[in-house]
Design a protein around this ligand. Structure first.
Ligand SMILES: O=C(O)CCC(=O)C(=O)O
Ligand SMILES: [Fe+2]
Length: 299
């Protein structure tokens, strides 16, 4: 679901005096949310755009959207703070922006590191289907990725898959295994606003079909010691996610927003030769996580 911004809104957005944001603990401060909202609403058709965006994320069959902010990125500079304030303003219309990572004030860099585990965030390999903060008791309701710079070598296709649709295609006995608290992944250290470590966890939490998180990362298949039956069930889910995937390339200024209660995300492997690309020219995304009000307050 791609959402473009009419050019008259773009022109109005460029002129808005959005101040620097303030934080309240890990969360974007309420005063900032209100100030940004007041400013953004002065742009013509802003509210229609937000309604379309919310519908794409939470309406029937929905779960992700790409807001095309490329013209604004071009005018302001994709990494410029004024552009980030606009993106933050759009995000705050969906849910409350926050940073669970003390190191990152709000937006987190996801660059390209050739010396990292290739399958993990900012690695160069296949980034398998996952939800962000899978091992937290309160994962972010939304994860968002703002593309500052696509890969100059032309790779880095984003992949998305409807998690509940994938689960629904699995046999009953596989789903029963996925509902057992027999899965674990990763470490959990110094994180804020996402509850406690969830270990071990069930992938399916007993919610009605189509509801709740599908608490899954295909990265666990290679990196967590799982019993054979549970590993096979997780592998079957990973295969269904791939079977149902959509893929597209993010361009500079594209803002991908994913409802983590509906869709899982990942990224195809980057082209070889990243070592030869100067760090300042490599693919760069900025990640921002969102908490839907009503599910949980500050932890
Ligand atoms: O690089 C990408 O496109 C996705 C990155 C991602 O999903 C992550 O770092 O959690
Ligand atoms: Fe991710």
């Amino acid at each position: 679901m791609f959402i473009s911004i009419p050019s008259d809104i773009e022109a109005a957005l460029l002129d808005l005096p959005l101040p620097e944001w303030d934080l309240d603990g890990p969360f974007l401060a309420k005063a900032t949310v209100e100030r940004y909202r007041t400013e953004l609403r002065t742009a013509p058709k802003f509210e229609e755009t937000v309604t379309t965006l919310r519908h794409a994320l939470t309406g029937e069959g929905g779960g992700y959207a790409v807001l095309r902010l490329g013209n604004l990125a071009k005018a302001l500079g994709a990494g410029d703070n004024r552009f980030l304030r606009l993106a933050t303003g759009f995000a705050a219309e969906v849910a409350i922006p926050f940073s669970p990572f003390p190191k990152w004030p709000l937006w987190k860099d996801i660059g390209v590191k050739t010396d990292k585990d290739p399958g993990k965030s900012s690695g160069i390999g296949y980034n398998a289907f996952h939800m962000d903060l899978v091992n937290a008791t309160l994962p972010p309701d939304y994860t968002t990725l703002l593309c500052v710079r696509p890969d100059p070598l032309g790779s880095g296709t984003s992949i998305l898959s409807d998690a509940h649709a994938a689960v629904a295609r699995l046999p009953e006995d596989t789903r029963a295994l996925l509902a057992e608290a027999s899965y674990h992944y990763g470490t959990f250290f110094d994180l804020h606003g996402v509850g406690d470590e969830c270990k071990p966890f069930p992938i399916l939490d007993g919610s009605a079909p189509g509801e709740g998180f599908v608490r899954f990362t295909a990265k666990m298949l290679k990196r967590s010691a799982l019993g054979q039956q549970h590993a096979d069930a997780a592998q079957a889910l990973a295969a269904e996610l791939v079977r149902g995937q959509v893929s597209f390339m993010l361009d500079a200024g594209d803002y991908l927003i994913v409802n983590q209660r509906r869709f899982l995300h990942g990224r195809e492997a980057l082209h070889s030769g990243q070592d030869a690309v100067p760090v300042a020219e490599r693919r760069l995304l900025l990640q921002l996580l969102l908490r839907a009000p009503g599910y949980a307050g500050p932890a």
